[in-house]
Ligand binder design. Structure first.
Ligand code: GRF
Length: 213
């Protein structure tokens, strides 16, 4: 049974997609805890309603970044995760933490990496006149929003898109590719070689999503 811990800061829609997929598809895995740096994260409520343990490590309660980092690390370690998922977690993890969980920590990012690391990805894609946008699930490394790519989904950018409409189209794909990536990890199907992730059975690590109608 793969023990999964999910770190969130807000809404938790990716958390929900992963929990739902795991239960429906009966993965040999369990989300054993959801940890948030904010006590008002909506995802905490979803977790509680689904019988998942929750913890809050509030940055405001710690005098320094180092103390916060240590408390977060201890909270995570106490759950002994086999897999750590970042799902809208808005804090930068310290290098030692990332190193300790190397090869077993995934993140979802709302762009086609390596384009648009960081924040405001949809605004920046629109401003750049991109015709495709998308999302990426990747292993986490010390460099923000870098790390070996597990799967990407591309969606069209439409002429009348706003930041909100594009974000919604991309988010729907996050909810498809993140659970799939987690499932592959749980199945032991992912190989990382020279910074490149391959699925052991050659499953397509991409997805194109058209627009209905
Ligand atoms: C998602 O767009 C994700 O790609 C980004 O933060 C957002 C989190 O959304 N890292 P949610 O909390 O999973 O709904």
């Amino acid at each position: 049974m793969t023990r999964i811990v999910v770190l969130i800061s807000g809404r938790g829609s990716n958390l929900r997609a992963i929990v739902d997929a795991g239960r429906v598809q009966r993965w040999p895995a369990q989300v054993v805890a959801v940890i948030s740096d904010r006590d008002d994260a909506a995802g905490l409520r979803f977790a509680r309603e689904h019988g998942i343990a929750t913890e809050v490590v509030d940055r405001a309660r710690f005098a320094s970044r180092a103390e916060f980092d240590a408390a977060l690390a201890a909270t995570v370690d106490a759950r002994a995760p086999d897999l750590l998922l970042l799902a809208g977690f808005m804090r930068i993890l310290d290098a030692a933490f990332v190193q300790r969980h190397a090869g077993r920590m995934l993140n979802v990012h709302p762009s086609l990496l390596p384009a648009f690391t960081g924040l405001h990805t949809h605004r920046r894609a629109l401003d750049a006149g991109c015709k495709l946008a998308g999302a990426t699930v990747h292993f986490v490394t010390a460099e923000l929003d870098h790390g070996p790519i597990v799967i990407q989904a591309a969606v069209p950018v439409l002429a009348d898109d706003t930041e909100a409409t594009l974000a919604a189209r991309v988010l729907a794909q996050e909810h498809v590719i993140y659970p799939l990536a987690v499932r592959w990890f749980v199945e032991g199907a992912l190989r990382i070689d020279g910074g490149i992730v391959r699925h052991a059975d050659g499953a397509p690590q991409w997805r194109f999503a058209g627009v209905p109608g």
